[in-house]
Design a protein around this ligand. Structure first.
Ligand code: BGC
Length: 653
């Protein structure tokens, strides 16, 4: 790397006074332009080596969902993270690295992690203290892997449940999102009353700024634009060149590529909502989408991720007014803004132009994630030609260094690996089990819940009753989860078998092809297939024919039918409702299926309330259409029955 001599004072220090703003300015003064650009670069671990981190003074490395080491163990993670951190310390100035991951429902890239319900389920609990404890466990399991930066909490306020990220958001209600988002952030960042400088604190990332949940159906961009941006061949751009990629992961990424390619070729992309545009006015933007950020900043947020969506025709990554004037100016945010995945590529087919737009809008660190050399070259050129001012680069780097200093990274302290002992522990799983129990929403109950343990004959049907991959959903081990995969935890079938009396017989068949006997109780699990982001967008929220048939078959095989939904959003079940004696939505509960039976069998009460309105018909979607519709929804937000013996009453009473 070009540049001056090695500085005479160590920026990576032990037990010195905390870095002052003056120290940061001094450090900035020692840095070459290339080193500054390096700090603004975040590469994906598959695309960069620790030596390259050292050579280019890279500021951050991430594991995108599924960016796992082999073997996928906490220890191998901690070694991997440490190897990149060591690389940064070998750079000319030894500026420490920040390693980031998506731990959006537990540290779920890692095999054996405690997998919590997705945020939609936590929203149903309306329990901020529980959400804080969920974040604390997540933090422990992150620290066990050496990671101190979590790309969470999402504080999206989805207004259209067809969006494939509805599951990641706590609610359609901004107040609930604000309360729970702040609780999660505090759980990550605060340790025993101390701030981020505590070595056991994890930096949160409030995302995606702004109004990612407010985009309109059909506004995701024309397929032509997407094709151009995706290097003209419809490629997802995520197969890295690094050799260490496993065969299994390569196969998966190839599948993703093929699927995205299909979408682009058929022009379907432009009919979707993820990464689309929000068209409403500024008053609505500020009323519905801004409040969680205001509150999070007050609660100590130091990092915000920019949304891949747009507002009134301008992509957020190019939105100087919202990023710089509103967030950094009006709201006084002096932490740093990180871009989202491939954001520069998405901005404009001209990479140089896109880079200039993005940095000038106010983005401080760019999640490249693969073509980091291309990004560094573009930004270097932009500063040399004056398209990006040196002051803007200095401002970005100062923000990044400030947060690193606040986290004590310059003091050389690393998380204590003894927290490995708690990874996936019974204690952690008890919190997840509690979260599952509290997240269940009893939608309908004709006096049949709770169930008796000596039910006689119990039939269980639906693949999801035995498939923990479906129970956990997307963002688990891999980006779009691992249906059929192995994840330590308890399935619903196991939990039912563990709950009933010795005399009760439990029989399972995925398709409900049971013998001629009629069961006393039937439990049928209907699940959405796992998804994440774009391809999780879904125009039609009715149940697929095979699920409708399954419910019908099960109905004929039992006296009492209990339906359990595993879903990342309300589904249209109006036409099936009569067939159920009781219907429960368990959202995407995660690894602890016993949390469901704790409530089904009456050890714990139903307390969950709907975080989203539940439409009766497809013309009640999105929320604005529901509000304009003369008919009420099937169930309003906050609906949730309680099961008290054979009686029932509304939880609101
Ligand atoms: C998502 C972000 C995530 C990032 C890194 C993106 O595709 O939009 O929410 O943090 O990937 O995995």
């Amino acid at each position: 790397m070009s540049g001056g001599p090695v500085v005479s004072f160590p920026f990576h220090r032990k037990a010195l006074e905390p870095m002052t703003p003056h120290d940061i300015d001094r450090l900035l003064g020692e840095m070459t332009l290339a080193e500054k650009v390096g700090q603004m670069t975040q590469a994906e671990k598959y695309s960069i080596t620790p030596d390259e981190v050292a050579e280019h003074g890279i500021g951050s490395v991430l594991s995108g969902a599924g960016g796992n080491p082999t073997p996928n163990t906490p220890d191998a993670w901690a070694d991997m993270v440490a190897s990149f951190e060591d690389g940064a310390l070998r750079s000319r100035l030894g500026i420490p690295l920040l390693y980031g991951v998506d731990a959006v429902h537990g540290n779920t890239n890692v095999y054996g992690a405690t997998v919590f319900p997705h945020n939609i389920g936590l929203g149903a609990t309306q329990d901020a203290d529980l959400v804080r404890r969920v974040a604390q466990v997540t933090k422990q399991e992150l620290l066990a892997t050496g990671v101190r930066w979590d790309f969470a909490p999402p504080v999206s306020v989805p207004q259209d449940i067809r969006w494939g990220r509805t599951l990641e958001a706590y609610s359609e209600d901004v107040d609930l999102v604000t309360e729970l988002g702040v609780a999660f952030l505090r759980g990550l960042q605060e340790v025993d009353g101390a701030d981020l400088s505590h070595p056991q604190a994890v930096l949160g990332c409030v995302k995606h700024f702004l109004a990612d949940g407010g985009t309109q159906w059909g506004s995701s961009g024309s397929p032509e634009t997407v094709e151009e941006i995706e290097h003209g061949d419809g490629s997802y751009g995520s197969i890295p060149g690094a050799e260490e990629i496993s065969e299994e992961r390569r196969r998966l990424l190839e599948e993703y590529e093929e699927e995205f390619g299909e979408l682009y070729r058929h022009g379907e992309w432009g009919q979707r909502i993820d990464q689309g545009d929000a068209g409403f006015d500024e008053a609505e933007l500020r009323r519905v989408h801004l409040p969680p950020y205001v509150a999070a900043l007050r609660a100590g947020a130091r990092n915000v991720m920019v949304s891949l969506s747009g507002w009134r025709g301008t992509k957020l990554h190019a939105h100087r007014y919202l990023l710089t004037d509103v967030l950094k100016g009006e709201l006084g945010f002096d932490g740093f803004l990180v871009s989202d995945w491939l954001a520069v590529e998405y901005l404009d087919p001209d990479y140089y132009k896109a880079t200039v737009m993005c940095i000038n809008a106010g983005v401080d660190m760019v999640m490249v994630p693969h073509e980091w050399r291309q990004f560094m070259e573009a930004l270097l050129r932009a500063v040399e030609t004056g398209d990006v001012a040196m002051e803007r680069v200095d401002d970005a780097v100062r923000r990044i260094l400030r947060v690193k200093a606040e986290m004590g990274l310059f003091d050389g302290v690393r998380p204590d690996r003894t927290s490995l002992a708690g990874f996936g522990s019974a204690e952690h799983r008890a919190v997840a089990r509690e979260a599952v129990a509290k997240s269940l929403v009893l939608l309908k109950n004709d006096g049949v819940l709770p169930l008796a343990r000596d039910a006689g004959l119990v039939y269980v049907a639906g693949t999801a009753a035995v498939d923990i991959g479906l129970q956990c959903g997307g963002w688990t081990i891999e980006w779009r989860g691992i249906p059929g995969g192995e994840i330590p935890g308890t399935t619903l079938l196991q939990a039912v078998a563990d709950s009933v009396s010795a005399e009760t017989e439990v029989a399972y068949d995925a398709a409900a092809s049971f013998d001629d006997r009629i069961a006393d109780v039937g439990i049928v699990v209907v699940a959405e297939p796992p998804y994440a982001e774009m391809t999780g967008d879904r125009a039609d929220l009715t149940l697929p024919p095979e699920d409708i048939e399954l419910i019908g078959r099960m109905r004929s095989k039992c006296d009492t039918l209990i339906g359990i939904l595993y879903t990342g959003r309300p589904l249209l079940v109006t036409d099936q409702l009569d067939q159920f004696d009781a219907l429960v939505t368990a959202w995407l509960p995660g690894s602890e299926g016993a949390g469901i039976t704790d409530v089904l069998f009456g050890d714990l009460p139903f307390v969950g309330k709907l975080p989203y309105s539940w439409p009766r018909t497809s013309d009640q979607v999105p929320l604005a259409a529901l509000l304009a519709n003369p008919d009420p929804p099937l169930w309003p937000r906050d609906h949730g029955l309680r099961a008290v013996g054979a009686e029932q009453e509304s939880a609101e009473n």
